[in-house]
Design a protein around this ligand. Structure first.
Ligand SMILES: NC(=O)c1ccc[n+]([C@@H]2O[C@H](COP(=O)([O-])OP(=O)(O)OC[C@H]3O[C@@H](n4cnc5c(N)ncnc54)[C@H](OP(=O)(O)O)[C@@H]3O)[C@@H](O)[C@H]2O)c1
Length: 268
C-alpha cells in the first residue's frame, strides 16, 4: 500500500501531552478514531479530573468499545519525575503487536505576555519557562526514542505543535516566541539525525483556546498585538480546535510531508 492510501494510523501507541483541554484533547479524540483496535492512548497533563473525564468519554466511544486502551498520566512536565512517569507508563502500555509509536509534544504555556524583553532580568523565571516549553519537550522525546528504539515493522512519528511565533517575532511575547523557535529547532535537528523517524512541526493557527482567552488578550502588553487578537476574536476569525486538528490528521494520514518540516494550517 502506498503511503497516500493509508487511512488509519495503524495499531498505535499515541502519547499526547497537554491532553486535558484545548488542542491536545481534540488530538486525542481524533486519534482515537484513526487508530486500529488494540491501540493505546497515553494522555498527559496535570489536571487529573479532566484527563479521567476524557478517558471515560473515549471508553464509551466506538473506539473504546472495539478495544482502544486509554491511560492517564497526571504529571507536571516541568519536573523530571513527571517525564519519568510518562515514559514508564508508555513502556508498560506497549505490546509487541503495536506497529506505530506517535509522540505528540503539544503541552505548552504562553508565559507572561504583559512585559517587554527589557523587563526579563530574573534568570530563574526565564529558566522555569524554558524548562517546561523547551527542555521537557527535548528530554521527553529523547527518552521515548530510547525506550522505543528503531526496529523492523515499527513506525515512529514525533509531532511538535508549533506556532507562527516560532518564525516571527511578536512584541511582548518574548518567552513564547523564544520557546517555540527553540523547540522547533530541536525537531528539525532530530529529523536530520534520524532519517527513519517521521518528524512534523505543525502550526495549528489561532484557535479559541490558549491565545484567544480574554485573559491572554487583555494581558498582552503591546497594544498593536493586543488589538490584532481582539479583532480576530470579534470577527470570528479564530479556528476551532476541531477544524485545526482535522487538517493535522490529514497530514499524518497522507504522510507526504518532508520530515522536520514546519507545516502551517494556512498553507494546507
Ligand atoms: N491556541 C492557539 O491559538 C494556538 C496557536 C498556535 C499554537 N498553539 C499551540 O498548540 C498547543 C496547545 O495549545 P492550547 O491552546 O490547546 O493550550 P491550552 O488550552 O492552554 O492547553 C495547554 C495544555 O498543556 C497542558 N500543560 C500546561 N502546562 C503543563 C505542565 N506543566 N505539565 C503538563 N501539562 C501541562 C495543560 O494541562 P494542565 O493545565 O492540566 O496541566 C493543557 O492540557 C500549544 O503547544 C500551543 O503553543 C496554540
Amino acid at each position: 500500500m502506498s503511503s497516500t492510501e493509508c487511512r488509519d494510523l495503524g495499531r498505535a501507541l499515541c502519547i499526547i501531552t497537554g491532553a486535558s483541554r484545548g488542542f491536545g484533547q481534540t488530538i486525542a479524540r481524533n486519534m482515537s478514531r484513526l487508530v486500529k483496535p488494540g491501540s493505546v492512548l497515553v494522555l498527559v497533563a496535570r489536571s487529573g479530573d479532566d484527563l479521567r473525564a476524557l478517558q471515560a468519554e473515549l471508553a464509551e466511544s466506538e473506539a473504546g468499545r472495539v478495544g482502544l486502551v486509554v491511560e492517564c498520566v497526571v504529571a507536571d512536565l516541568g519536573q523530571p519525575d513527571g517525564l519519568e512517569a510518562v515514559v514508564r507508563r508508555s513502556q508498560e502500555s506497549f505490546s509487541e503487536d503495536l506497529d506505530h509509536i506517535i509522540l505528540v509534544n503539544n503541552a505548552a504555556s504562553l508565559g507572561d505576555v504583559s512585559r517587554y524583553v527589557k523587563s526579563f532580568t530574573n534568570m530563574a523565571e526565564v529558566d522555569s519557562y524554558l524548562s517546561l516549553n523547551v527542555t521537557s519537550s527535548l528530554c521527553l522525546t529523547a527518552s521515548i526514542l530510547q525506550a522505543f528504539p528503531q526496529c523492523p515493522g515499527l513506525r515512529r512519528t514525533v509531532i511538535n505543535i508549533t506556532s507562527l511565533c516560532a518564525l516571527q517575532p511578536f512584541r511582548s511575547w518574548v518567552l513564547y516566541c523564544t520557546g517555540k523557535a527553540a523547540r522547533e529547532m530541536i525537531f528539525r535537528v532530530l529529523a536530520e539525525e534520524e532519517p527513519d523517524l517521521r518528524v512534523l512541526n505543525y502550526s495549528p493557527g489561532e484557535e479559541r483556546s490558549l491565545h484567544s482567552s480574554l485573559a491572554s488578550q487583555s494581558k498582552t502588553a503591546d497594544p498593536t498585538i493586543r488589538k490584532s487578537f481582539s479583532d480576530m476574536f470579534a470577527q470570528g476569525q479564530l479556528l476551532t480546535c476541531e477544524e485545526s486538528c482535522a487538517k493535522l490528521m490529514k497530514v499524518l494520514l497522507d504522510d507526504n510531508y518532508t520530515s522536520g518540516a514546519h507545516i502551517d494550517i494556512y498553507d494546507l
